[in-house]
Every structure is written in structure tokens, then in C-alpha cells.
Write a protein that binds this ligand. Structure first.
Ligand code: RIB
Length: 282
């Protein structure tokens, strides 16, 4: 039985506080918390395992009501510590691997399939994949989904050209976009693991005079607010980020409320949706 902290503050630990995706997740959590008379404290792990561990220790010390977190990587090591201290926690944006932890996530394999199916159906046969750190299950699943579509279309694995990204932000997208332009045979389309990468790739292509979508089609992931407002409105795979945060917070409130029954293991998996804003037939 997870012990509810005595506090009326719920901690939300995000991977990148500057990413609008996590702002939307935190906003949904804040809405649910406020409706239950609680507040949220948003902290940033910045994808650092040490920062994540430091914050989880702080949350335990402060006896917060519970924690919503997107773990830094697949290890789940800190979750064991959280469980040992009886701190209620819900994973967000990542399906929990163990029966002991609840989670709210999106089917990212389905999301990767949506992106690749859109590009294949508009005639693209060579697609660059700009993915962030492969240690993130949710990012890895997007690539897996895209690969399955290419294989089903009879295109070999080399139809998905890997362009590594050093992170999941706009700067990493600019860097990946510059390397994409240097490829000997340039793909006709790019699928990015999230919208910040796609916005960075867009900037690099613009700077090189490459037009989107006329010369290269571009698909992002998350459908953050800036995707629609970009110089070329982005086609993106939408994650219901606000709903993820809201439902995770509601689960945590239920788990730690006075009437909470024995821990009920729940994995809520929400569905992604393709939002087409620009595309080019090949
Ligand atoms: O959580 C990892 C990534 O998945 C974040 O960058 C966010 O954009 C989501 O898409």
C-alpha cells in the first residue's frame, strides 16, 4: 500500500521543462489537482539521472502527496526507491514496465505508424528518421512503428535513414538538419521524434534554401501549439498531453485519497492522432 504524503502538493517531474509538450502535461495535472484542492510543484530532470534522483529524494523528504514523472530512461531504478519509501507515483508519457506502477501514456508504436503511413501514402520511399536519445522507450517505439509500416509496404529497412539527434530540442533538430543536408542521397521526407526536433530541422532546411514540403516533406510528433504556428505549419502526430497530465493526476489523487482501496494497477494508453497541415505528393 503506497502511503500518501501529508502534503497538499503533488510533484510533477518532467524531462524538459522548456518543451511545450511537458507544459501541456503539467497544465492538465494542475487542473485536476486544483479541482481536488491540491497544488502542483513542477521540477525538471533535464534527462539527467542524477537530477531525477535528487528530486525524488527531495519529494520524499518533503512528503509530497505523490509524484507524476516521466523517467529519464528505461532503468526504473529510482522507481524502486520511490516504492521503498512508499511515495505514490504515476508514470506519464511512458507505459510502466512493472505491475506495481500505474501509468498514462500514448501508444507510440501506433504514433510512429501514423507518421510513416502518411509519408508512404504520399509517395515517399526514402524517409529520414530524426530520433532523440534511444534510451527513451517512447522515442524508440515511434521508430519501431515507422519501421513496421515500411516493411509492410515492402520497403527495406534502408528506406528509413537514421539521422541521430543529440537531444530532443530545437538545437538538436538544427544540428540533425544540417547533417541531413550533407547526406549523399537525400531522403524526400523526414520524420522527427518530436516537434522541437522538427522545428530545428525546418530552420536548417530553410537556411539552406530547401523548401518544405516542396523539396522535403516533414512530420513531427506531439502537435505542440507551435507546430501549427510554424513558418510552415507542421504535420504532426498529436499526443493528448493535457489529458495525459489530467488523468495521471486523477489517478494519483484516487490512489492517495482517504477512500483509496488497495493499489489497483492501471495502464491507461491513449491514442495518437495524425494532424496533416502540409504534405507533398511524390
Ligand atoms: O518524453 C520524451 C519525448 O516524448 C518528449 O520530448 C516529448 O516531446 C514527447 O514526445
Amino acid at each position: 500500500q503506497l502511503r500518501a504524503g501529508s502534503s497538499r502538493i503533488m510533484a510533477v517531474l518532467v524531462l524538459d521543462i522548456r518543451n511545450p509538450f511537458f507544459v501541456d502535461v503539467a497544465s492538465g495535472a494542475e487542473r485536476a489537482a486544483r479541482e481536488a484542492g491540491l497544488g502542483v510543484m513542477v521540477c525538471n530532470s533535464g534527462q539527467s539521472a542524477q537530477d531525477e534522483a535528487d528530486y525524488l529524494a527531495l519529494f520524499a523528504e518533503q512528503r509530497v502527496r505523490g509524484v507524476l514523472l516521466t523517467p529519464v530512461d528505461g532503468s526504473g531504478r529510482d522507481l524502486a526507491a520511490l516504492r521503498a519509501q512508499g511515495i505514490a507515483h504515476i508514470l506519464v508519457d511512458r507505459a510502466a514496465a512493472s505491475e506495481a506502477v500505474c501509468s498514462v501514456s500514448v501508444d507510440d508504436v501506433a504514433g510512429g505508424r501514423l507518421a510513416a503511413r502518411h509519408l508512404v501514402s504520399t509517395g515517399h520511399r526514402s524517409i529520414a528518421y530524426v530520433g532523440g536519445p534511444s534510451g527513451l522507450d517512447q522515442v524508440r517505439d515511434r521508430r519501431v512503428g515507422a519501421l513496421t509500416v515500411l516493411e509492410e509496404a515492402g520497403l527495406g529497412e534502408d528506406a528509413l535513414v537514421e539521422v541521430s539527434a543529440v537531444g530532443l530540442d530545437v538545437a538538436a533538430g538544427r544540428d540533425a538538419g544540417a547533417r541531413l543536408l550533407g547526406l549523399a542521397s537525400r531522403p524526400t521526407a523526414v520524420f522527427c521524434a518530436n516537434d522541437l526536433l522538427a522545428l530545428g530541422v525546418l530552420q536548417a532546411l530553410f537556411a539552406a534554401g530547401v523548401r518544405v514540403p516542396e523539396d522535403i516533406a516533414l512530420v513531427g510528433y506531439d502537435d505542440i501549439e507551435f507546430a501549427a504556428a510554424a513558418a510552415v505549419p507542421l504535420t504532426s502526430v498529436r499526443q493528448p498531453a493535457f489529458a495525459m497530465g489530467q488523468q495521471a493526476a486523477e489517478m494519483l489523487i484516487e490512489e492517495t485519497g482517504p477512500q483509496s482501496a488497495a493499489h489497483r494497477h492501471r495502464h491507461v494508453v491513449l491514442q495518437p492522432e495524425l494532424v496533416v497541415r502540409q504534405s507533398s505528393m511524390r
